[in-house]
Design a protein around this ligand. Sequence first.
Ligand code: ADP
Ligand code: MG
Length: 366
Amino acid sequence: MTEVHIEGLSKAFDGRPVLSEFNLDIAGGSVMAILGPSGSGKTTLLRLLCGFERAQAGTIQIGGRTVSAPGLHMPPEQRRIGYVAQEGALFPHLSVADNIVFGLPRTQRRAHYRVAELLELVGLPAAYAGRPPQHLSGGEQQRVALARALALTPSVVLLDEPFSSLDAALRNETRQTVAHALKAAGATAVLVTHDQAEALSMGDQVAVLWDGKLAQVATPQALYRVPATRELARFVGEAVIQDSLVAGQTAVCTLGTLPLTVPTAQGPADVMIRPEQIHLAVSSSHAGSIQARVESITFLGADASVQLVLLASGEHIIARVDGQAAPMPGAHVWVWVSGKVIAYPRQAGGQIVVSKAPLLSIVSSA
Ligand code: ADP
Ligand code: MG
């Protein structure tokens, strides 16, 4: 069932539009990741949901109640929303337990109502209850902030780039704990981020905010495999984009005749290949492979990004390979593509028609 319904939402600051006619539905008990570049209006959207900002147009319904509409603005404290900010914003003079119960009625505050249960839910030891927040790591503080948000049994929990101040190792671990806690609590959550890996790994659905509008809403798999536009393809991951000609169910390009994920208008198109679909070998043993020269390598740890020039055409491409198997700069290799690809027709903007039903079947048949 839909828990959050946003329709025609528009917001401008000093006449400069930030959100225009924004629509989104969020299913109860699910995590909606909203992915957008810095300055795209993500925090503004959360502040509109909370009631800290007023919209110029549109409606917001939360849990079946209209909280914002023309002539109606429900105050923030009546909206039953939990908020986790970029940095925990815990009160330094209160213990962890007192932080968690902060928003509750007095009798529940005194009784440290559900503190043990909430600490367990966010994966923290019960012994943390009496500590000051400064004695906790950044990741632990964010988990306390989530416990405080969940203590209110909110209709929806909003998380505004909650992991951005954590270092890489802590960020991954905290993401997993938070995702687990949200599921265990059955919470409906909106997580905004500019980090595509975070959106893809945390969202049941990912909505991309682009130029104040919703560019695409899809499962993480569908968004990555079938982005609606070339720009989205580049935004949600690395993309190799090449000239091609769509013929039947294939795109013909320098790298071969590649099968298409979705039916595409015949004729000239840009084909989009993910770098991990491009494979390298030292010989021509793979049928249809073509020659390339390694220009440079970016070592990333588990894997490496290999910048290549195709010898026949001079085109530049990128391959993502196992970090242990990366060739040396200057090496001559043979390359080929595996799996299906997407093509964007050149005419009429070249947007792929993304309909929800076929996308689901594409992902499940993968
Ligand atoms: P994000 O969270 O995606 O980085 P924001 O929602 O914070 O983006 O901001 C979107 C745009 O709106 C930015 O250009 C920002 O400068 C502007 N903006 C946000 N809040 C205000 C405000 N209170 N007054 C004027 N401009 C604002
Ligand atoms: Mg922001």
